[in-house]
Write a protein that binds this ligand. Structure first.
Ligand SMILES: Nc1ncnc2c1ncn2[C@@H]1O[C@H](COP(=O)(O)OP(=O)(O)O)[C@@H](O)[C@H]1O
Ligand code: SF4
Ligand SMILES: [Mg+2]
Length: 375
């Protein structure tokens, strides 16, 4: 194994410790906090009014750990990921709060700071590889461009590294693939290329936004396994964003559940599945297929629609769809309760509590609930 100016041609992958882009605080020991997001809000000015896509989100992530962000379509997951990466539209957007990455504040950071951060420090994989690949540029050029820009290696070194990268993401015949265009590859191959590009400069944080949603189930599992392997080998932190609670079940250390621009529940993965508190999380879980279900079992879709983020309902934003909802939920917004075990949730009548059981029982006998179809 031979390093090219800090680029290892086989694992373990590492960035050059003498690279001028690495500051002292970036060489901290594993396990410490890499990313701290505090009260992050991203609002869009739209013709209908202010759309609160992300509304006061806080979480932190340590090196080498994986956080799953789960929620239905429209809950604000992509805007949150882009807000962390500072990849937001230039106009009609207001993003406030704090995103501290390796000790550096990114909210309000200049484009120059962000351009230096994208690639060597933090990278993102999007849902549709075709949107992040240039259709008229050869795969090889797309990979080597970033390497040459960020790591200041020459053409031959970059090509060698690109070949090694394709090998590390499981692409056979890398030499041939480097000379091809994106349309010549399958969807799974393209997503592997996008992952290779994202990992090219050895980022310490990878944000993967629905990285497998466009792929069939078998390829989905392969890509998720690949991400897990690469993450472990590089001690990289990862935020895995998905609408599917099943995807994050065995692949994350912690899970944050988003609804209407807010994190409504967050817990270590095992805790979330063994003692979830939010009726919304429970409803998400009931809406995914399970192996133990008999064939042709009907899934319980979550009734109703996510709220209009320009005019959200008063009180708890899940109340119009919640099987546990009580009058208090329609009046007051539930505060975020933080337990000592790291479990956080925002609910007046949590799943598994006596108050929750009473609320559910009350609704199951009420004519209004029957009419709503919530029981
Ligand atoms: N550029 C934008 N301008 C206005 N609204 C936007 C913009 N981007 C996203 N949104 C809105 O923000 C909300 C959250 O979107 P998004 O983060 O993409 O949801 P998710 O990724 O969870 O499906 C949606 O209501 C969406 O329509
Ligand atoms: S606060 Fe009320 S409406 Fe909101 S999730 Fe809890 S029970 Fe349901
Ligand atoms: Mg999205």
């Amino acid at each position: 194994m031979r390093p090219i100016r800090g680029l290892w041609l086989a694992q373990p992958w590492a960035c050059d410790p003498h690279c001028p882009m690495m500051s002292e605080e970036e060489t901290a020991t594993p396990g410490d906090v890499l990313l701290t997001v505090d009260n992050l809000a991203t609002h869009f000015r739209t013709p209908r009014g202010l759309l609160k896509a992300v509304d006061g989100v806080s979480f932190s992530l340590a090196r080498g750990r994986t956080l799953g962000i789960v929620g239905e379509s429209g809950s604000g997951k992509s805007v949150l990921s882009r807000s962390v990466m500072r990849l937001l539209p230039r106009r009609n957007v207001n993003s406030t709060g704090s995103v501290r990455f390796e000790g550096q504040e990114l909210v309000g950071a200049s484009e120059k700071v962000m351009r230096d951060a994208w690639g060597p420090r933090m990278a993102m994989v999007f849902q549709d590889p075709m949107t992040s690949l240039n259709p008229v540029m050869k795969i090889g050029t797309q990979i080597t461009e970033g390497l040459r820009h960020h790591l200041k290696v020459d053409k031959a070194e970059a090509k060698l590294a690109a070949r090694a990268l394709l090998q590390s993401v499981g692409i056979p015949e890398p030499e041939r693939r480097l000379a091809e265009y994106p349309h010549q590859l399958s969807g799974g191959m393209r997503q592997r290329i996008v992952i290779a590009i994202a990992l090219a400069c050895g980022p310490r944080l990878l944000l993967a936004d629905e990285p497998t949603t466009a792929l069939d189930v078998t390829v989905q599992a392969q890509i998720l396994d690949l991400l897990a392997d690469l993450q472990r080998d590089r001690d990289m932190a990862m935020v895995l964003v998905t609408h599917d609670l099943g995807v994050v079940a065995n692949r994350t250390d912690d899970i944050a559940v988003m609804y209407a621009g807010k994190i409504v529940e967050k817990a270590p993965t095992e805790t979330l599945f063994s003692s979830m508190k939010m009726p919304y999380t429970e409803a998400l879980l009931n809406s995914i297929p399970r192996i133990e279900n008999a064939p042709h079992t009907r899934l319980k879709v979550i009734g109703g629609r996510p709220p209009d983020l320009v005019n959200p309902p008063r009180g708890c934003s899940f109340a119009p769809r919640c099987a546990y909802a009580q009058p208090q939920c329609r009046e007051e917004e539930p505060p975020l309760i933080k337990q000592d075990d790291g479990h956080e949730y925002a609910c007046f009548f949590p799943v598994g509590s006596a108050a929750g059981a009473e609320a559910l029982a009350r609704n199951s006998t009420s004519p209004a609930a029957t009419a709503r179809g919530t029981n």
